[in-house]
Design a binder for this molecule. Structure first.
Ligand code: XMP
Length: 326
């Protein structure tokens, strides 16, 4: 029988034994995995932990505040937040090939994280401390999908902070390595994390960057962020949060179709809703969201997001499609 509090006790003991009196850092992504991993490590070694949050400007509405305020309030964790959004947008200008986007975002992320980590390491050094460990929120399915478990092919290049330079090598602390998402959520709740973080849908590291099909611009990001926020709000209101594994909202930025709004002919981009049900993201089925909920989302998005004149629903399972469009 599976029990969150005994897993916590177990992991806390293991983390203490691994880290000892050393300093440890953790990169927060805004997602549930890194948040729960950090909270676990904080429970084990308290102030020896410093978290780094790189804001790449590709998060959804409200998520930056959730990390910078709510998470810090709930845990008391020391947080170093870096706003690197302008830098990321610059590096991504004109890029539309998905794997190239991932590579740029991943590399920028590591370089930004590296700078913050260097600062923390040297500050600790001044006080005679050594930062020797790095926390990662790796889950069991991540281990399997990246080929660490059963050798399954790595289909999309997920980014993590694995590319740090030699002089900044840390030993990894991965307290969630044997767990599935639902178990991680149970642990997060038991640790007192806010529901908005614990029940956050899985969200890819490259964020909204891989949900704009085409090149990424500030304007497109703002448009997608608003549409995504509306979809999330309506799905929540309908009580569907816990039935849906995740619902990517995708902007087909380079597609233009004709519409009519008021008396005017419009030429706008479509938004695709991609609600899926899944156990671990390795396979998925499209969610049968009630028509009236879809209708409410569609009406609001087309009314409130200038430039979007169509809302489409993706009814493909995985396989053959993937969950994300890129
Ligand atoms: P796909 O699209 O491959 O997605 O069916 C499976 C799960 O992985 C997430 N995903 C990513 N996560 N970096 C990440 O951290 C990525 O580049 C990435 N691509 C997809 C996706 O949201 C889904 O949960």
């Amino acid at each position: 029988h599976w029990d969150a509090s005994s897993i916590i006790e177990d992991q806390v003991a293991k983390i203490k034994a691994q880290i000892g009196n050393h300093q440890v850092i953790c990169g927060l992504s805004g997602g549930v995995d890194s948040a729960v991993a950090a909270a676990l490590v904080h429970k084990a070694v308290g102030d020896q932990l410093t978290c780094v949050f790189v804001d790449h400007g590709l998060l959804r509405k409200g998520e930056v505040e959730q990390v910078r305020k709510d998470f810090v309030q709930a845990t008391g964790i020391r947080l170093v937040a870096v706003d690197a959004s302008a830098d990321f947008l610059d590096a991504l200008a004109g890029v539309s090939e998905p794997e190239r986007k991932r590579k740029i975002i991943g590399e920028r992320f590591i370089r930004t994280f590296e700078r913050a980590a260097r600062d923390i390491v040297s500050k600790a050094g001044e006080q005679g401390e050594e930062v020797r460990f790095l926390v990662q929120g790796t889950l069991y399915p991540d281990v399997v999908e990246s080929g660490g478990g059963d050798g399954a092919a790595n289909i999309k290049s997920h980014h993590n902070v694995g590319g740090l330079p030699e002089d900044l090598k840390f030993e990894l602390v991965e307290p969630l390595r044997t767990l599935f998402k639902d178990e991680v959520r149970a642990i997060g709740t038991e640790l007192g994390l806010p529901d908005e973080i614990v029940w956050r849908q899985p969200f890819p590291g490259p964020g909204l960057g891989i949900r704009i099909i085409g090149a990424i611009t500030q304007e497109r990001l703002d448009l997608l962020r608003e549409a995504d926020s509306i979809a999330r709000e309506e799905l929540s209101k309908a009580g569907l949060d816990r039935d849906i594994w995740q619902c990517p909202v995708v902007l087909l930025a380079d597609v233009h179709s004709v519409g009519v709004q008021g008396d005017e002919r419009t030429y706008g981009s479509p938004i695709v809703l991609r609600p899926v049900s899944s156990e671990d993201a390795m396979t998925a089925d499209w969610s049968r969201v009630p028509y009236d909920v879809l209708s409410a989302i569609s009406t609001r998005i087309t009314n409130e997001c200038r430039g979007i004149n169509r809302v489409a629903l993706d009814v493909t399972s995985k396989p053959p499609a993937t969950i994300e469009w890129e």
